[in-house]
Design a protein around this ligand. Structure first.
Ligand SMILES: O=C(O)CCC(=O)C(=O)O
Ligand SMILES: [Fe+2]
Length: 341
């Protein structure tokens, strides 16, 4: 539960009156933006996992690139336990969180590290005061089995995450296989196009922000993944860009949100959409979400008619370079046959 007065769990940068960068408060000199979403004209489509309808899935992937998954087989109890543990971990003092041994869960705050799945979609150099208003734990699935023998809370959270990853892998494989059938991807290719062992989990806590109208939890972006699967708590804040407007993705506890990433768009030759989305922050409430991101095998060559052949390793390296030089991810346009940037 949130204690309004106590900010000892917050990274100092996010404590009221403390976000000072180069002598300037992080909330100064920032223009207010319009974070309001337009009235909902449409509902996010629903895909029932127990009765997967390939024609409907196909349509939703082409038109939306995001859907709500129901009947996914992840118990409401597991989801609640994950959120309870995440809340407990995040409410510890900042110093304790910084001291978490970084394998398998790496603690971070502000902008995610360059190798992470998603990078801000904004133009121009990244300003110091451009932090995403969040902290998180990044779990690389290659070492998720390494136990935290010394710390019971971390260890039981890790075990829950391991169980959760089993479900996410099951869901991603089935959904991807249906997408592959819809797109006519050659089965041999499909195997290198989805590599569950190299996926990641990110557990985020979006922090309360006094200037919620001038800061983002996560800026407008597309994911670099093949698929991303998000479970959010009841606070809300996730938005998706559809029909030239932003719409809220309403929290519903026993559902998951699936979105397609850049790799899926490339594999589908632009038939499917890597969807733009972002997360708002809140003045009075923290928000916790758990994201699962699955990628292609690093060295699997993605072949399509709109893009030059490239691997996920090439894509990552190019994004890292663009972030360093331009302060922004360019992403897929870099790999188009007719390069558009
Ligand atoms: O927290 C969320 O709901 C979304 C997170 C997200 O978009 C990302 O990590 O790429
Ligand atoms: Fe994302």
């Amino acid at each position: 539960m949130t204690t309004l007065q106590n900010f000892s769990s917050y990274p100092p940068f996010f404590r009221p009156n403390q976000g000072v960068v180069n002598g300037q408060h992080s909330l100064e000199n920032s223009t207010e933006f319009d974070s309001d979403s337009s009235p909902q004209s449409e509902q996010l489509p629903i895909i029932d996992f127990e009765a997967l309808d390939r024609a409907h899935l196909s349509e939703v992937c082409r038109e939306w690139g995001m859907f709500r998954l129901t009947n996914h087989g992840v118990s409401a109890e597991l989801l609640s336990q994950l959120h309870d543990h995440a809340n407990k971990l995040f409410s510890q003092d900042f110093e304790s969180k910084e001291g978490i041994p970084s394998t398998p869960m790496l603690y971070f705050w502000g902008n995610p590290a360059l190798t992470m799945s998603a990078n801000a979609h904004q133009k121009g150099p990244r300003a110091d005061n451009h932090h995403n208003w969040l902290e998180g734990l990044n779990v690389s699935l290659t070492n998720i089995s390494q136990s935290y023998c010394q710390d019971p809370l971390l260890e039981s959270f890790r075990c829950l995450l391991e169980e959760y990853v089993g479900h996410q892998t099951r869901l991603a494989k089935t959904i991807f296989s249906d997408m592959g059938e819809d797109l006519g991807l050659p089965p041999a290719k499909s195997r290198s196009y989805l590599s569950p062992p190299t996926g990641i989990i990110r557990v985020y806590r979006y922090l309360r922000c006094p200037a919620a109208d001038r800061r983002w939890g996560i800026h407008d972006h597309t994911d670099s993944s093949v698929l991303s699967i998000i479970h959010q708590d009841q606070v809300g804040g996730l938005q998706v860009f559809k029909n030239n407007q932003w719409m809220d993705v309403e929290p519903i506890h026993d559902t998951l949100i699936v979105n397609l990433g850049d790799m899926m768009q490339a594999m589908s030759d632009d038939k499917y959409v890597s969807v733009r989305h972002r997360v708002k922050v809140n003045r009075v409430k923290e928000r916790v979400s758990i994201g699962y991101f699955v990628f292609p095998a690093e060295d699997g060559v993605i072949e399509s008619s709109n893009y030059k052949p490239f691997t996920y390793a090439d894509f990552k390296a190019r994004n890292e370079l663009d972030l360093k030089i331009l302060g922004a991810k360019i992403g897929l346009p870099r790999f188009r046959k007719e390069q558009s940037v």
